[in-house]
Design a protein around this ligand. Structure first.
Ligand SMILES: *Cc1c(COP(=O)(O)O)cnc(C)c1O
Length: 358
């Protein structure tokens, strides 16, 4: 597909951009351009554009505004030491977007088009990829239903977009151990949309997240909807439990957990480290017992935004417990360095996970 390029009348000055890149934060600054591609039933994808980033026009009856027919992805572009830019497993994000699209009755974006859209954006906004350690350009591909129709059925028109913004460390002070709050709310039920990366899941997580913050915690933990017993995931991160006998457990993908690409990568890297990783249910009671007995050495949370983050403290209505010393654990730090090294090109990529892009 040919992308039409609409020139930007006045991109951010080098001075302003460099000031932003020196302290990017997360999710507040954006690059100068965006990609938009339209979809019409019967016609498929058309009108691909790279254009100046600006508010978009939507009919007030657009389906996304009423029935939340929306899905998104999140991935990062990294600046390597030789100045080149690389993505980490972008085809996995493309596949997952399409899995989410299936659940939300939306059209597939061909994998090549997904990657090409990112390539086109980085071709014009490559200067926005920061070079400092721990920093990257966060890419946010997403799709919305744009058809103006208030009847309830899958829309006939969609817009796929890619926006991007520089990212520093997700948690303000690097990767200290985080404290999590066990929510009594439910994130995802069997048969629901828990495995799809859709805005609706996040809408439902905001009250529990606010509650966690109000109680002084960094993140919210969701248990399963049926027994309220099994550990599922955090608001936007998957979990791994590390034991003193070389076992590592992560909850299985049963449809209520988001299949993280960081999760899949960690399973592989941990196995290569000789650890015995299994995907099996783990209960909140067992977690407390194992933390208190000392069998559980570490718990790590993982996702693209925060990479790998140690969990230090877990609190709920019935009290709290600490994991290990409450600080970052050895394996968490080691595996984080390994993954970050592969992403940044300082450790050899033996898996074909890194895609040079500019
Ligand atoms: C995106 C996301 C994750 C992490 O997925 P990654 O591919 O590792 O970034 C975990 N949980 C939820 C709910 C998510 O939306």
């Amino acid at each position: 597909m040919q992308f039409e390029h609409i020139p930007h009348p006045a991109t951010t000055s080098d001075t302003d951009r460099e000031a932003i890149l020196a302290n990017p934060g997360f999710g507040t600054h954006f690059t100068d351009h965006m990609v938009t591609i339209e979809y019409t039933d019967g016609q498929g994808w058309h009108d691909a554009k790279v254009e100046p980033r600006a508010p978009i026009m939507l009919d007030p009856a657009a389906a996304v505004l009423h029935y939340a027919q929306e899905i998104f992805e999140g991935l990062k572009a990294y600046r390597h030491e030789d100045g080149s830019i690389a993505l980490f497993r972008p085809e996995e994000n493309a596949r997952r977007l399409n899995a989410s699209a299936d659940r939300l009755a939306m059209p597939h974006v061909p994998e090549e088009l997904f990657v090409e859209a990112i390539r086109q954006l980085i071709a014009v906004d490559g200067k926005w990829v920061p070079g400092a350690e721990g920093s990257s350009l966060y890419l946010r591909p997403f799709m919305i239903a744009t058809e103006a129709f208030l009847g309830v059925r899958p829309a006939k028109r969609y817009k796929f977009m890619v926006i991007a913004g520089p990212a520093g460390n997700y948690f303000k002070s690097g990767a200290p151990a985080v404290s999590i709050w066990i929510s009594s709310y439910t994130r995802a039920a069997p048969g629901g949309t828990g495995a799809a990366k859709c805005g609706g899941n996040y809408a439902a997580s905001l009250v529990p997240t606010r509650e966690a913050f109000a109680r002084g915690h960094d993140q919210v933990l969701f248990l399963d909807a049926v027994e309220h017993k099994w550990v599922e995931e955090l608001g936007g991160m998957n979990l791994f439990f590390v034991f003193d006998d070389g076992r590592v457990i992560t909850p299985p993908l049963t449809g209520t957990i988001l299949p993280g690409i960081t999760r899949a990568s960690l399973i592989q890297l941990l196995r290569e480290e000789g650890l015995n990783v299994s995907e099996e249910p783990y209960s909140i009671d067992q977690w407390r017992t194992d933390a208190q007995s000392g069998h559980l050495l570490e718990t790590m949370a993982c996702g693209t935004a925060a990479v790998v983050t140690p969990v230090g403290k877990v609190a709920g209505e019935d009290g709290e417990f600490t994991i290990g010393s409450g600080g970052p654990g050895q394996l968490t730090s080691k595996i984080r360095e390994k993954l970050v090294g592969i992403q940044r090109g300082t450790i050899a990529d033996t898996h074909g996970w890194v895609m040079p892009i500019g």
